[in-house]
Design a protein around this ligand. Structure first.
Ligand code: PBG
Length: 326
């Protein structure tokens, strides 16, 4: 008689499960996104993102101390300027909010990897990621301003430049400008496959960056496509990206998986605001176990093939991972 095959043997105890576990999440995997505002002494919770704050630079420095203690290698900074204009000039002003935040952060915490999201949408009055003319989002003139912004962040101390605008040719343009200015060691993490997604909703509340007309579908990708993601990633690697990103993460695990099987570059995935707030909201209502659901979701992103996870859960998750969890 045939023996029953018994896969349950490998699940019989905590230590056995630890021994055969294929994917382990660690604090090493995270980049923690933070929102910086003007002023001093400000730490104000974002209504649509529980436990995420608008912070002035002095409060940001306090937060970075916690990030360092949590063993998280890097943060990603988003600036919320007081004034916005047509050309998003707050993004590339030498004394812009992110430039000042980067300088202060680099001085106090030289080892934390500082990632600067590079985009115009937090700085433009119309909320689009590039320049607008007659209702159209221009490409090449937007790339010029985005390159200028990237260079200015590099000068201010960013270690990782992360363009999130989805204009064509911006990675090549930024790489060339960085090299020409002697910034040959700055890492480019490209938002390569960034989809036009409803899951960015809470972020747009946080950054006051909802487009005032139209949508982002002429530059961010159509969520029906995966081959297009491979083309975008390939172009960005050719143009000089060191790390490529898929965004959002959870509705795009197939994309992460396909990209990681096709390319050798490290893959980052952005566990975006909507994905975060859904778990938070359900947990606040008592409908879901927050720690369990968050760690499960984050592990799925790594299992799919991402090495780097950009997540608002990063600090909490690093804490949970220190607790015994077998
Ligand atoms: C800027 C940018 C956005 C996000 C990251 N960088 C907003 C957008 O494209 O509308 C979204 C992040 C999130 O939802 O957590 N372009």
């Amino acid at each position: 008689m045939e023996l029953i095959k018994r896969p349950r043997r490998l699940r019989a105890s905590g230590n056995m499960r630890r021994l055969v576990r294929e994917t382990s999440l660690s604090a090493d995997d995270f980049i923690y996104p933070l929102f910086v505002v003007e002023g001093t002494g400000i730490k104000k919770e974002i209504p649509s993102m529980p436990d995420v704050y608008h912070m002035s630079i002095d409060m940001l420095l306090k937060e970075l101390e916690e990030v360092q203690n949590a063993g998280i290698p890097g943060v990603m900074l988003f600036g919320i300027p007081d004034d916005k204009d047509e050309k998003g000039s707050g993004a590339y002003r030498p004394d812009g909010i992110i430039q000042r935040a980067l300088r202060a952060a680099k001085k106090e915490f030289p080892h934390i990897l500082l990632t600067a999201d590079v985009c115009l949408c937090e700085y433009t009055s119309h909320g689009h990621c590039g320049l607008v003319e007659a209702g159209e989002i221009l490409n090449d003139s937007s790339v010029e301003l985005i390159t200028k912004t990237a260079l200015s962040y590099a000068e201010a101390g960013a270690d990782i430049i992360a363009p999130s605008d989805m204009m064509d040719g911006r990675i090549g343009s930024i790489r060339k400008a960085l090299d020409n200015c002697g910034f040959t060691q700055k890492t480019i993490m490209s938002y390569s496959a960034k989809y036009a997604s409803s899951f960015y909703g809470p972020f747009r509340d946080a950054a006051y960056s909802k487009p005032s007309f139209g949508d982002r579908k002429s530059y961010q990708m159509d969520y029906s496509n995966i081959k297009e993601a491979l083309r975008e990633v390939e172009l960005d690697i050719e143009e000089g990206a060191d790390i490529v990103m898929v965004k959002p993460a959870l509705a795009y695990l197939d994309v992460i998986s396909q990209v990681s099987r096709t390319f050798d570059a490290p893959i980052a995935a952005y566990n975006v605001s909507g994905e975060y707030s859904m778990i938070k909201a359900a947990a606040l209502k008592g409908w879901i176990d927050e720690k369990g659901a968050a760690l499960e979701a984050l592990t799925s992103i790594k299992r799919a093939g991402a090495k780097i996870i950009i997540s608002y859960f990063a600090k909490q998750a690093a804490g949970w991972l220190k607790e015994e969890n077998i």
